[in-house]
Design a protein around this ligand. Structure first.
Ligand SMILES: Nc1nc2c(c(=O)[nH]1)N[C@H]1C(S)=C(S)[C@@H](COP(=O)(O)OP(=O)(O)OC[C@H]3O[C@@H](n4cnc5c(=O)[nH]c(N)nc54)[C@H](O)[C@@H]3O)O[C@H]1N2
Ligand SMILES: Nc1nc2c(c(=O)[nH]1)N[C@H]1C(S)=C(S)[C@@H](COP(=O)(O)OP(=O)(O)OC[C@H]3O[C@@H](n4cnc5c(=O)[nH]c(N)nc54)[C@H](O)[C@@H]3O)O[C@H]1N2
Ligand code: SF4
Ligand SMILES: [Mo]
Length: 733
């Protein structure tokens, strides 16, 4: 009998790169395949956090529909090709588009996951700078643009984000955030942040959650303020008014740290508390007591998230959240928001980048954080004229589902001469792709996320090791962007001579048979670490579980400010002007026939639009529902399990109703991220899809004029019952 030798198992310590929580994971590998992923209990930073999305990551790696080789569209089918063929064809077609229409004829859309791979972002930028296109779109205008606008105006850098000092906080004011589900991360990360906040609560801290929905976080809060969607600015301005009127501000910080306190006072004085209370639908007395308690707490913080940003007044809401922190002395103090230096001065690096004053061709809008608003993309593709987009790359994104008016964007994408997608699977936004390119998963690539090092709540570094090799021809995005640049014969990063150097390193690598000598992101990682604060390459390598290389320190915020006068600008003129406009607007009122506001919540097992099809996730059901308050349900004759039509002026979706008092009356929750099809480009099977795309109901315009964000979480819709027949899968009440 043949003796079978068991394949040795190996454990790789690395971290999950699905979200900024960056949870340390132990990946067990056998015969080149991942067999288990568990939390790395030895990770000194993130051990407290870990979720089912990270645990099941191998199911995406081994997805039966995964794209593992470049695929070219031929009619309605896809055929396999080599990378050389793909790059030659894409380079030729893009060069032709640029020759005919100028550099802006080529555009990009970059999705959220690209933010967790520094090599992807850097090399894509290197290619974009090489070809000179400014037609750059990204997820920011449907996510965190408002934060960048506020950070630039108040702190002098769009990347300036103070981190939360959760463990010392006595009063958490969480506005439009659901950390019990989404983890404590947006453009900052506190691992296990929600559990740590609950620990503080047990020690006497207060948690206030402001949310139109009684979320998992709101259910555990001391106070839940069920605000009207889109009106956080009114609540926060009301609190600021009370604080000034009653002299509860921090006098020294208002005088020495802040610039513009008197303009702020005038703005608050111009507002009427009863008017603000009516706008946000929070009783005046509640605003007053919230303001008093917040100001009186020894350590306190306002935390704002996507619930504030995805609205037409999102920038003003975000700004006023920061203002509350500043005027009550929460900046750089225990229990408030602190500046974390990290190991790289990313603010300094960002300041080197030359600001580009590029206007969108049709609407003449400026860029926000280096990108144009997603709502502008369809017209920029379909409207003829010089600078019309003819070729496009979608890099780690699904904008037809994640952005507004997906139907319009879908129709526009169909008109491109060239659509290139780099992803694991062919999803909704990729259905018109001419080329599908196989990307490497984080389990298959090395990452040093240096630019986000200051977004963790303590000095922390971990080298994200790959656990397995990518399957087939899949490779990290940077290789594609570098090869494309060379093939297009344009200077990488716009720097003359760089291409020759890259080619020379490749020749040396080939001759010496040492692939690492070829230019790649590992060169940049080394340079970054060599010029960093507090760490060395060797020490990073000696800490495979991650390394907390210092203590949480205070006292660096002031020097880190990038404003000329080293003050926090609390009353930027454009924000004050916009607030006056908002104050002059009539009170929020639903249009005729569309009495509901469409809210959204995240789920633990979803990651925006892209983990819903993973078999091991969503044991309680793979779809999204229209969650409606019992009062509204009675009025509409809707009962649990009914099929309902949710409609807006631009579209409709039909789904199952769930009657629940989680949303406040007048609000219907339909989770975003569902309804994206997963196609089968190699097998030709039927697309798989779960739930409906609720963003088909949200129009691209109007947008918040400051951040260019549409009203993704407050659009007005109507709801009606389609049939009273319960579906087989309806939940029993
Ligand atoms: N109504 C409503 N709309 C929203 C939101 C909301 O709360 N409500 N949230 C918004 C927010 S915060 C966000 S971030 C956006 C998300 O918007 P997007 O970033 O556009 O979309 P995702 O759903 O994250 O899709 C990401 C795609 O990247 C692929 N991918 C994952 N990892 C990698 C990788 O390493 N490399 C490559 N090449 N591809 C990869 C996935 O397979 C998937 O196809 O949605 C926004 N839209
Ligand atoms: N499980 C899971 N975790 C995730 C993600 C995921 O998709 N799934 N996505 C990651 C990403 S990309 C991001 S950006 C972060 C986002 O992190 P969060 O912003 O904390 O995300 P949400 O859980 O959507 O919480 C937003 C809350 O705002 C509420 N809200 C909506 N409109 C309003 C409003 O007008 N005012 C107020 N006050 N509240 C409002 C919603 O009801 C919701 O509860 O989460 C990250 N973590
Ligand atoms: S997806 Fe889950 S495991 Fe991965 S980093 Fe985020 S919270 Fe951690
Ligand atoms: Mo996001």
């Amino acid at each position: 009998m043949l003796e079978v030798t068991p394949t040795p198992q190996q454990t790789v310590h690395t971290f999950c790169r699905y979200c900024l929580a960056s949870c340390g994971v132990d990946v067990t590998v056998e015969a080149g395949r991942v067999v288990k992923i568990s939390a790395d209990k030895q990770n000194p930073h993130s051990w407290a956090d870990f979720c089912a999305k990270g645990r099941t990551a191998a199911q995406l790696v081994d997805h039966p529909r995964r794209i593992t080789t470049p695929m070219r569209r031929v009619g309605e089918r896809y055929v396999e090709a080599t990378w050389d063929e793909a790059i030659a064809d894409i380079a030729k077609r893009m060069s032709a588009a640029i020759e005919a229409g100028g550099p802006d004829a080529v555009a990009t859309y970059t999705g959220n996951p690209a933010g967790f791979s520094s090599s992807n972002l850097l090399f894509m930028t290197g290619w974009l700078d090489a070809i000179g296109s400014q037609n750059r779109y990204y997820v920011g205008s449907v996510d965190q643009n408002n934060l960048h606008v506020v950070a630039q105006a108040m702190y002098g850098s769009q990347l300036f984000v103070p981190v939360s000092d959760v463990d010392n906080c006595d009063f958490f004011l969480l506005v439009g955030a659901n950390p019990a589900v989404s983890a404590w991360n947006w453009v900052e990360s506190v691992p296990g942040g929600w559990q740590r906040a609950l620990t503080r609560q047990r020690q006497g801290a207060k948690i206030v959650v402001v949310d139109p929905v009684r979320t998992e976080s709101a259910a555990k809060a001391d106070i839940h303020v069920a605000i009207r969607p889109g009106q956080d600015w009114a609540l926060l301005l009301g609190m600021i008014k009370v604080i000034f009127d009653e002299g509860r501000e921090h006098p020294a910080d208002c005088r020495d740290l802040a610039l513009g306190t008197s303009e702020l006072r005038s703005l608050a004085a111009a507002a009427d508390l009863d008017d603000l209370a009516a706008r946000c639908d929070v009783p005046r007395a509640d605003i007053e007591s919230l303001a008093r308690d917040f100001a009186a707490a020894p350590g306190a913080m306002v935390v704002t998230r996507t619930g504030v940003s995805l609205h037409l007044a999102g920038t003003i809401g975000e700004w006023l959240g920061h203002v509350l922190n500043v005027i009550t002395g929460r900046m750089d103090r225990p229990g408030g928001r602190r500046f974390e230096r990290g190991y790289v001065d990313s603010l300094k690096l960002a300041a080197f980048a030359k600001p580009v004053d590029h206007r969108s061709r049709l609407q003449g809008r400026p860029m926000v954080a280096g990108h144009h608003g997603l709502d502008e993309l369809p017209d920029e593709i379909t409207t003829e004229g010089p600078g019309q987009i003819r070729a496009m790359v979608i890099n780690a994104g699904n904008p037809v589902v994640s952005g507004p008016d997906g139907a319009r964007l879908d129709a526009a994408l169909a008109q491109l001469d060239l659509l290139v997608v780099i992803d694991f699977l062919q999803r909704e936004s990729h259905r018109h792709a001419h080329w599908l390119l196989p990307a490497a998963h984080w389990l298959e690539r090395d990452d040093l996320l240096a630019l986000t090092s200051g977004l963790h709540d303590e000095p922390y570094v971990q080298y994200g090791r790959r656990a397995v090799d990518p399957p087939g021809q899949a490779r990290p995005e940077w290789q594609f962007f570098l090869d494309l640049t060379l093939a297009m014969k344009r200077p990488f990063l716009g720097m003359k001579g760089l291409n020759g150097f890259v080619k020379a390193t490749r020749r040396v690598a080939k001759l010496t048979r040492r692939p690492s000598l070829a230019f790649g992101p590992h060169w940049i990682d080394r340079i970054i670490v060599a010029s960093s604060r507090g760490i060395t390459w060797r020490a990073v390598m000696e800490h495979p579980h991650g390394w907390v290389f210092g203590r949480r320190e205070f006292g660096y915020l002031r020097t880190a400010l990038r404003t000329d006068d080293k003050k926090i600008h609390v009353a930027p003129a454009e924000f004050v002007a916009r607030t006056h406009e908002l104050l002059a607007e009539p009170h929020p009122n639903a249009p005729e026939g569309l009495p509901f506001q469409l809210a959204n919540s995240r789920r633990r097992h979803s990651m925006n639009s892209w983990l819903n099809d993973i078999p091991g996730l969503h044991p309680s059901g793979k779809d999204n529902r229209a969650v409606i308050n019992p009062k509204d349900a009675v009025a509409l004759g809707i009962t649990d399990g009914d099929r309902v039509r949710v409609f807006s002026p631009i579209g409709e979706v039909v789904l199952t109703a769930e009657v629940s008092d989680r949303p406040r009356p007048g609000v219907v929750i339909v989770d975003h991220g569902w309804g994206s099809r997963v196609f089968d480009p190699s097998g030709g099977g039927e697309p798989i899809s779960f739930g409906v795309n609720r963003n088909l109901l949200v129009g691209g315009s109007p947008v918040d004029p400051l951040s260019q964000t549409p009203a993704l979480s407050s659009a007005y819709v109507g709801v009606e019952r389609v049939t009273s027949q319960p579906r087989a899968d309806a939940k029993t009440p």
